[in-house]
Design a protein around this ligand. Structure first.
Ligand SMILES: NC(=O)c1ccc[n+]([C@@H]2O[C@H](COP(=O)([O-])OP(=O)(O)OC[C@H]3O[C@@H](n4cnc5c(N)ncnc54)[C@H](OP(=O)(O)O)[C@@H]3O)[C@@H](O)[C@H]2O)c1
Length: 260
């Protein structure tokens, strides 16, 4: 039997890196994407040696024009069929909206939303023809309510959740499963990139990327539309907004997220 192939964006660290490790253990061949060439090449060397799989590295900034088209063309030129697409690359930015850099916010929308939509569009076409395939879009529990001081980030993740669940419903009868993975705070470079000190200082109370990926792969197997990882606390966080008046919810969250 030939190996399946997974394409993972944002593979050079954090959750994406663990996805690659777990899928390599399951004998997936991989296409791995991020901007940091050295990290990707080291991962390729390690996984090919350990698991006897093929790993293709594509060094790409997904916020640049034509990045997704270029990835698609490179994959097609090598006759690679993507069985599992994992749109994982993403980042946040902590602080009051107007105090932060506008370009960073616009790049965030480009990466967290536009690149995810474009790669989904490109690779879903051939999954539909084959009537087979799967997509994991990495959202967040931040997508379940507005987050003051992470306003653009939470809005991008609300998009990911809504978009992915709609596609789950459109495609489930075709044998294609699309799951929105919604982790809570997880160990990775996220806090550093977002300059979110409170998260960097959470230490052991961060979930492990290993547990997040395990939950994601179980959700995929069960053909779930979404999975909120990390246990009861995260379940409460995502369900509370349905019961609280919006102003109360926003005041509580604002208080919790403001710089102490
Ligand atoms: N950690 C959390 O608490 C948490 C919670 C919920 C959801 N998430 C989501 O999980 C996903 C993965 O994040 P993470 O927590 O694992 O953080 P991370 O360690 O910072 O990983 C982010 C990945 O995205 C890549 N990336 C960033 N900008 C890119 C760009 N312009 N083009 C291509 N690749 C880019 C990074 O690689 P390069 O820098 O090499 O490009 C890196 O591989 C994100 O979508 C994030 O929003 C994280």
């Amino acid at each position: 039997m030939t190996n399946k192939t997974a394409l993972i964006t944002g593979e050079s660290s954090g959750i994406g890196k663990v996805f690659a490790q777990k899928l390599a253990q399951q004998q997936y061949n991989l296409v791995i994407i991020a901007r940091t060439q050295e990290a990707l090449e080291n991962i390729k060397k390690d996984l090919e040696l350990k698991h006897k799989i093929n790993v293709k590295v594509i060094v790409k900034d997904l916020t640049l024009p034509n990045a997704c088209q270029d990835i698609y063309q490179q994959v097609k030129q090598e006759n690679i069929t993507i069985d599992l697409l994992i749109n994982n690359a993403g980042f946040g930015d902590y602080g009051a909206f107007c105090d932060r850099n506008l370009e960073k916010q616009l790049k965030m929308i480009q990466l967290n939303i536009s690149a995810l939509v474009e790669l989904t569009y490109l690779f879903l076409q051939e999954m539909k023809v084959k009537k087979e395939g799967a997509i994991i879009n990495v959202g967040s529990i931040a997508g379940y309510q507005p987050l003051p001081y992470l306003s653009v980030y939470a809005a991008t993740k609300a998009f990911v959740l809504s978009f992915s669940e709609a596609l789950w419903a459109e495609n489930k009868k075709l044998g294609i499963n699309i799951v929105a993975l919604c982790p809570g705070p997880t160990e990775s470079n996220f806090g550093k990139v977002a300059e979110f000190d409170a998260m960097i200082n959470m230490g052991d109370s961060l979930a492990s990327a290993d547990d997040v990926v395990k939950d994601a792969l179980i959700a995929l197997k069960k053909q779930k539309a979404n999975t909120v990882t990390g246990g009861l606390v995260n379940q409460i966080i995502v369900n509370l907004p349905r019961f609280l008046p919006r102003e109360i919810l926003l005041n509580v969250v604002e208080n919790q997220f403001q710089k102490k």
